[in-house]
Design a protein around this ligand. Structure first.
Ligand code: HMG
Ligand code: MG
Length: 301
């Protein structure tokens, strides 16, 4: 049956902004994160400690993260992406206690996103996960291209399960299944979740991360919820896209997700009106309207 409560892992400030061409001022990012937390989101991914040339938009991580200290002290989780030990050092120096490594189920995307083979990227993550956990940090393992890859086409379930297992074996606390380019459909989601369970991965360690390129994100989410998944990634206003994945557009919009969950009587702790106001505010900063259907419906009354 459906979970009684869903933990929303908000990625708007990271996945949502990483692809923006014009630099968003650090103060605007901090205010965005502050407003997201005020709307009731308890996990707000803040930024990435990656190479600044690879993702220029997030080059201000050192300036941004310390501005969020009061939120962290108030118990808001502020995970950050870390690809390697250099990134981990930068994150730990600022007191980060929740990190995420990000692997790929396909070789092409591993090469384009991390400049590594899949095996080399797992080797790169190994000391990151070990050191983070020694220090008591929580570690999420993202896995991209779990369904389709723009260069390789549909990705075999067994291939995804293999890399997923490897990430968990490194010591990741949770796994987030990325549909990076939004080509998944609900039957495919069910197959992958069942195969993961069959490989000994329990559903309570799995989160889902859908991009809405083909309008399937909400249907895929419902399929995952019916399977027992209770952690769902979403991006306020539907912002987003990956700079290294051809044809990746925005994530599932957090407002669209909350509208559905509210209707199903599933608790999220999120105030939809406050969240929508935040996305309208952010859309004004970015100079274009939010692509979220729910944001549009609720803000054009
Ligand atoms: P590389 O060029 O192979 O790096 O990039 P390297 O290890 O050869 O190091 C080269 C130089 O970069 C060195 O400096 C390092 O110190 C420096 P030098 O000695 O030459 O002066 N360097 C760094 N500097 C700052 N911070 C660091 C860092 N690492 C190395 N962390 C690397 C390899 C992994 C660094 C690069 O490929 C990278 O930064 N990639 C990040 C790409 C990215 O952020 N993509 C978006 C996130 S993933 C995503 O969006 C998908 C997701 O949403 C799920 C889904 O939708 O599927 C999560
Ligand atoms: Mg993503």
């Amino acid at each position: 049956g459906l979970p009684a409560r869903v933990r929303i892992h908000e990625v708007g400030a990271r996945d949502g902004l990483q692809n923006e061409q014009t630099a968003v001022p650090t103060e605007v990012k901090a205010e965005f994160i502050r407003r997201l937390a005020a709307a009731g989101l308890r996990t707000v991914e803040a930024t990435s400690f990656v190479h600044p040339k690879w993702v220029p938009q997030l080059a201000d991580a050192e300036q941004l993260y310390p501005q969020l200290a009061d939120l962290a002290a108030a118990g808001v989780h502020l995970p950050v992406l870390v690809p390697n030990e250099r990134g981990l050092d930068r994150a730990l120096a600022l007191g980060a206690d929740r990190i995420a490594v990000f692997g790929s189920a396909t070789e092409t995307f591993a090469a384009r996103n991390l400049n590594r083979t899949v095996a080399e990227s797992l080797a790169m993550f190994e000391p990151v996960v070990a050191r983070a956990r020694e220090g008591g940090a929580h570690v999420r393992g993202y896995l991209s291209m779990c369904f389709g890859d723009p260069w390789e086409g549909p990705v075999p379930v067994a291939q995804v399960v293999g890399v997923a297992r490897a990430l968990l074996d490194l010591g990741c606390d949770e796994l987030s299944l990325g549909d990076t380019i939004g080509t998944a459909t609900p039957g495919h989601v069910r197959s992958l979740l069942s195969a993961l369970n069959g490989a000994g991965v329990s559903t309570d360690r799995i989160g889902v991360h859908f991009h809405d390129t083909y309008g399937q994100a909400l249907a895929n989410t419902l399929a995952a919820l019916e399977h027992g998944v209770a952690t769902v990634d979403a991006s306020a206003g539907g912002l987003g896209g990956c700079p290294y994945a051809k044809s990746a557009t925005g994530n599932l919009a957090t407002e669209d997700l909350v509208w559905m969950l509210d209707g199903l009587g599933i608790e999220t702790g999120v105030d939809l009106a406050a969240l929508t106001a935040t996305s309208v505010w952010m859309a004004e900063r970015l100079g274009r309207p939010s692509p979220s259907r729910t944001v549009r419906a609720l803000s054009h009354k």
